[in-house]
Design a protein around this ligand. Structure first.
Ligand SMILES: Nc1nc2c(ncn2[C@@H]2O[C@H](COP(=O)(O)OP(=O)(O)OP(=O)(O)O)[C@@H](O)[C@H]2O)c(=O)[nH]1
Length: 515
């Protein structure tokens, strides 16, 4: 019986479980990676939008203040700094400061830096010739506005950002400065109102890299110079808008920055989200999904392990069953041997012979063929036992049986132990004369063994045989007729002196004389 092919099933089961587990893990990793990309993109466009709208806000805020400066410069250059003109400008400035919430102060100085018009009380006639913006306009003849670094207001002590313009005498000489100072608080509050993450940052800097305003507020960061960083040296000169990731030199937090130059003014705005905040949600979701995947994979492995053990158990059980089946087959064969074969001679036993006789008789009846039988008896066997012992008698019986069995050529022929020292040979499809010839051959073969037998006249073991055969005719002949007439022929052979074969034919027994 072929061995059952269970091993590939076990290997396939293992392969399937491992493949499904790996696929689940791979899907989880892929999903996590995609989600990370989505978070990254979302953060990028969010900071980008922040930077754009903040740049617009900065541009509008400075433009409003600058527009008022343009008007004042126009008046001063057209009318000159006459008392009447300065009075009108004073009124105009007060209207501006009331109207524009970002304005801290509007100021006009003469060419010495003395305040001619000021909106804050106590600043009139104060001197501003030491201020950066005054010195800038003293030397720079450009009519463009100038935005200076963040400074503390002399009158209020608060942080302000200045935007200033130079105005000239009719001959083009420097006549003084018109200045608007913007409240840093205004920007600070605006930036604080943005819904950016806790560690997010917004900075408004000058184009040269000096910080003007920063969220989160840190006084130490005001005026910090970043002009020597790669962003200001390489990135900004080439790209007015963009993004980058870097660790902040101010608070050492890693962020994703989007930046944008402010239209018309030498300003740059930066909006940033911290990397930690960008990936906070993603990390939480990834941990959740990974935990679920881990549970599923563990369950799968457990179930797979159980399935594997079940199959393994099945294989073992099947192997046991196979062994049991084999043992049963062996036992059955032994039983069959015991049931159908004679233990001493190894020939078919009487039971098998009876079955076979019945079968062959019916077959001969059906086909109209002849069936013959030889009944054999060892001569003077009692004497042999008496002379040489029963064991030697057994051995003699075994040897003669083997000789007879070997002489039979055709598959249907059957040699059996009929009982005691009597043997029988059944020969299907064999005429009685042919059976006779076979019996005679058997007799000769036994004689040729030359087994010593002192108690016989010829001095060696011999056999006598009775033969009978016929073509069975329904209801006229029975299987027992074959035995009966063969026995009669045997009786005749014994009676005639043994060591011979007699054929029983048509009620006449023919006798063949021995050599
Ligand atoms: N050793 C041995 N002897 C057996 C066996 N079966 C029968 N015998 C003996 O065979 C002998 C048969 O003897 P008898 O039937 O008296 O006849 P015989 O001595 O053979 O003499 P004839 O048949 O007349 O030639 C008996 O002594 C049986 O005990 C057997 O299986 N083994």
């Amino acid at each position: 019986m072929p061995k059952p092919k269970r091993l590939p099933i076990l290997a396939l089961t293992m392969f399937f479980i491992v493949a499904v587990a790996l696929a689940l893990i791979a899907l989880d990793v892929l999903q996590a990676w995609n989600a990370r990309q989505v978070h990254w993109q979302a953060a990028h466009s969010e900071t980008n939008n922040f930077a754009r709208s903040l740049a617009q806000h900065a541009s509008d805020t400075f433009k409003e203040a600058d527009t008022s400066l343009i008007g004042i410069v126009e008046r001063l250059e057209f009318e000159g700094a006459t008392p009447a003109s300065l009075q009108r400008i004073q009124k105009l400035q007060e209207r501006y400061t009331n109207h524009l919430p970002q304005l801290h102060e509007l100021l006009v100085t003469d060419e010495k830096g003395r305040a001619l018009v000021a909106t804050l009380p106590g600043t009139f006639n104060a001197t501003y010739d030491d201020r950066e913006y005054f010195r800038y306009h003293q030397t720079d003849t450009s009519p463009k506005p100038h935005i200076g670094p963040a400074i503390r207001s002399r009158s209020t002590g608060t942080w302000v950002i200045t935007i200033s313009r130079r105005y000239n005498h009719p001959d083009g000489r420097f006549a003084g400065v018109v200045l608007a100072s913007l409240k840093m608080d205004y920007f600070q509050q605006f930036y604080d109102g943005f819904d950016i993450d806790r560690a997010g940052a917004i900075s408004l800097t000058l184009s040269d890299g000096q910080i003007l305003v920063r969220r989160p507020y840190d006084e130490a960061a005001i005026g910090l110079y970043l002009g020597n960083t790669q962003i200001f040296k390489d990135l900004l000169p080439q790209h007015p808008k963009g993004h980058f990731i870097r660790v902040s030199p101010v608070d050492k937090i890693e962020r994703m920055y989007s930046y944008s130059r402010v239209d018309n003014y030498p300003l740059v705005i930066f909006a940033a989200k911290s990397k930690q905040a960008i990936f906070e949600d993603w990390l939480i979701n990834t941990y959740r999904y990974s935990a679920i995947t881990a549970v599923v994979v563990i369950l799968l492995c457990l179930l797979g392990g159980l399935l594997y053990r079940e199959i393994q158990q099945g294989v073992k059980t099947e192997a046991k069953l196979l062994n049991t089946q084999k043992a049963l087959e062996v036992a059955n064969r032994e039983l069959e041997q015991v049931a159908l074969y004679d233990g001493l001679t190894g020939l078919a036993n009487r039971r098998q012979f009876d079955i076979q006789l019945e079968t062959e008789f019916k077959r001969a009846l059906r086909h109209g063929t002849s069936l013959s039988l030889i009944l054999i008896d060892i001569d003077h066997f009692k004497g042999y036992n008496d002379s040489y012992g029963h064991l030697a008698g057994d051995e003699c019986l075994r040897v003669i049986s083997q000789v007879i069995d070997r002489c039979l050529q055709r598959p249907g022929d059957l040699a059996a132990r009929y009982g005691g020292e009597e043997l029988v040979v059944l020969l299907p499809e064999t005429e009685d004369v042919d059976a006779y010839a076979i019996a005679e051959m058997l007799r000769r073969r036994v004689a040729d063994l030359n087994l010593i037998h002192r108690a016989t006249p010829c001095g060696k073991v011999s056999i006598s045989a009775g033969v009978h055969g016929f073509v069975p005719v329904a209801k006229e002949r029975t299987p027992q007729d074959l035995i009966r007439y063969a026995d009669q022929a045997l009786y005749r052979a014994k009676a005639s002196g043994r060591n011979r074969v007699c054929l029983f034919r048509e009620m006449v027994t023919e006798e063949i004389r021995p050599d």
